[in-house]
Structures are given as structure tokens and as C-alpha cells.
Design a protein around this ligand. Structure first.
Ligand SMILES: C[S@@+](CC[C@H](N)C(=O)[O-])C[C@H]1O[C@@H](n2cnc3c(N)ncnc32)[C@H](O)[C@@H]1O
Length: 304
């Protein structure tokens, strides 16, 4: 394989893999080995375990060409999820395009806390009304619809292109009938009377001044999905105030936050009139999720 002008004789899958991993590491890619494995798995039509099982086998010429093309694009800064066209989230495969944020592992904590809120509100079999603000690929909306079989989910985004991707994911994962998509600036286009038991959001939260310092693959994601305004909190100001208006009594707002933002976001929730504020950290101890609850007790609603 020729990478950066070096020509190597035909080699085993492992040799190509190691060459690609070294190339990525040299480009400052933190997940160099993982990325090399995922791309090789794609070329071989297998998964990462399948790659290990094929370490000793020589690659065919067409496989070398295909791997070389993917390695070159990854080295040029394209995210692996864009090259593969998909990303795993909460154990499901989501279609991902350059129009949407690549779903992140830390966002699974929003799912975890939203499911806990559903349990606290009377159980997962209740016909919960859920709103996902800034749905992107639909990672949160579609996952919650799949995990909560009685739920009715509304997913909004300001980007019609993102909504198209989310719609594809809802269809592929079998929840399209219970998920509606709406192009909207946060809650602006919702019906005035619309109320929700659960509002989830992973809004853009990178301070505008930090955007230029993001790794190249992140900078390729939509600016609308990243830019949180001058202090990174612009979306939370809108979402806290607007969610407080559309939450049903006893309903919960569950938001992902950037590292170091939890206290400020909790204060915004409180200022919007939400109570029982909770802050939740990921396994690395970084606070990633803030929850607030609207006053009152949830009304009992029969399953339809
Ligand atoms: C960080 S991404 C999250 C995507 C997805 N929920 C996830 O967790 O992977 C934020 C999303 O908010 C959307 N967004 C940004 N500003 C918005 C606005 N004013 N109204 C609605 N959606 C907005 C972006 O288009 C983007 O899809």
C-alpha cells in the first residue's frame, strides 16, 4: 500500500492495518488503531473481530485499493462515521451523513437518565410524550422511541437536511409511526397547546471562539450542531425557558452539557422555574447531564 509516497510489497491484513495505524498516529489521530481496524473491517465486509481472524491473510488488490482510498480520506480529516456512513448508538446502527453530528458515546448518558426519568414518572409502559430538541441523526428521539414502546416522540431540528437523516433512521429502526419530525427553531413551530412529559436535548455547546481549535474531523461536522454562541450557553438559555413552557406538570428536561457547563446550565434551569435539579457525571467524573423537573405531579394517562 502506498501511503505518503512509500510503497510496500503485498502483505497480510495485519501489516496493512499496522501501516494505516502508524499513518493515522503520525497525523495526530487519537483513535489511530481503532480507526484503522474499523476501516479495514469495512473493506473486508466484516466486524472488528472478523479483522482479527483475518490478520494472516493477504489482501487482494481490490481490497488494498479500497483500503488505501479510505485511509487517505481519514488521514485527510474525514470522520470514520462519515466514511462508513453509520455509527453505533445505544447498540443500534444509525445512518450518519455530513449533515448531522456523529452521535457520541457521552450522549448515551442522556438516554440513561431519560429512561430513569420515565421509570420515575410511572414506568416505561406509559404513553409518554417526548420532545427531542435538536435531533440531528435522531439518536435520542429514535432510541427513546425504540426503548419506550408506548411513547409518542416529536423531534425538531433547524436543519431540514438533518431531519431527513433522522427520518431515515426512524424508518430503518422501526419507529417511524410513533416519531414525527418538525423543522423548527427550538419550540417555535410547535402547536401552542403541545405538552410533553419528557424533553431531551443535546444542543450545540461549543463556545464560538473555540470552534477553530476543534480536531479536524469535528470541524467537518455542521457548525449549527456545534456553535453554542459566545459563552457556549446560548442554546441552553432558549431551551430552559421554552422547555419550562412545554413541559407537562411533573415533566423532566434532560440535557447534555459540555465539560464545565453543568453549574451554569443548572442555574439556567432554576431561573426558568424548574426544580429538583440533578447533575450527572460520566465514568470519567465529568458532569455531562443536567436534569430539571416542572412543578406538579404527572397526570395519569392511559396507554392507547
Ligand atoms: C449537538 S447536535 C445533537 C444531535 C443529536 N441530538 C445527537 O445527540 O447526536 C445539535 C443539533 O441541534 C440542532 N440545532 C441547532 N440550533 C437549533 C435551533 N435553533 N433549533 C433547532 N435545532 C437546532 C443542530 O442542527 C443539531 O442537529
Amino acid at each position: 500500500m502506498k501511503v505518503e509516497g512509500r510503497e510496500a510489497a503485498p502483505e497480510t491484513a495485519l501489516a496493512y492495518l499496522e501501516l494505516a495505524a502508524r499513518f493515522f498516529a503520525g497525523r495526530g489521530i487519537a483513535s489511530a488503531r481503532l480507526d484503522a481496524e474499523l476501516l479495514l473491517a469495512e473493506v473486508l465486509g466484516t466486524d472488528r473481530i472478523g479483522v482479527y481472524l483475518r490478520f494472516d491473510r493477504p489482501l487482494a488488490g481490490t481490497e488494498v485499493d479500497a483500503y488505501r482510498a479510505l485511509v487517505k480520506r481519514r488521514g485527510g480529516g474525514e470522520p470514520v462515521a462519515h466514511l462508513l456512513g453509520r455509527r453505533e448508538f445505544w447498540s443500534r446502527s444509525f445512518v450518519v451523513t455530513p449533515d448531522v453530528l456523529v452521535p457520541r458515546p457521552e450522549t448515551e448518558l442522556v438516554v440513561e437518565r431519560a429512561l430513569a426519568a420515565a421509570d420515575a414518572a410511572g414506568g416505561r409502559a406509559r404513553p409518554l410524550r417526548i420532545l427531542d430538541l435538536g435531533t440531528g441523526s435522531g439518536a435520542l428521539a429514535v432510541t427513546l422511541a425504540a426503548e419506550l414502546p408506548q411513547a409518542d416522540v416529536t423531534a425538531v431540528d433547524a436543519s431540514p437536511a438533518a431531519l431527513a437523516v433522522a427520518g431515515r433512521n426512524a424508518a430503518a429502526l422501526g419507529v417511524a409511526a410513533r416519531t414525527r419530525f418538525l423543522a423548527s427553531d427550538w419550540t417555535t413551530a410547535l402547536a401552542a397547546a403541545a405538552r410533553f412529559d419528557l424533553v431531551v436535548s443535546n444542543p450545540p455547546y461549543v463556545p464560538s471562539g473555540d470552534l477553530a481549535d476543534l480536531p479536524p474531523e469535528v470541524r467537518r461536522e455542521p457548525t449549527l450542531a456545534l456553535d453554542g454562541g459566545p459563552d457556549g450557553l446560548a442554546a441552553y438559555r432558549r431551551i430552559a425557558a421554552e422547555a419550562a413552557r412545554v413541559l407537562a406538570p411533573g415533566g423532566a428536561l434532560v440535557c447534555e452539557v459540555g465539560a464545565g457547563q453543568a453549574a451554569a446550565v443548572a442555574a439556567l434551569f432554576e431561573a426558568a422555574g424548574l426544580g429538583a435539579i440533578g447533575r450527572f457525571a460520566d465514568l470519567a467524573g465529568i458532569e455531562r447531564v443536567v436534569i430539571g423537573t416542572s412543578a406538579g405531579a404527572p397526570a395519569a394517562r392511559a396507554a392507547s
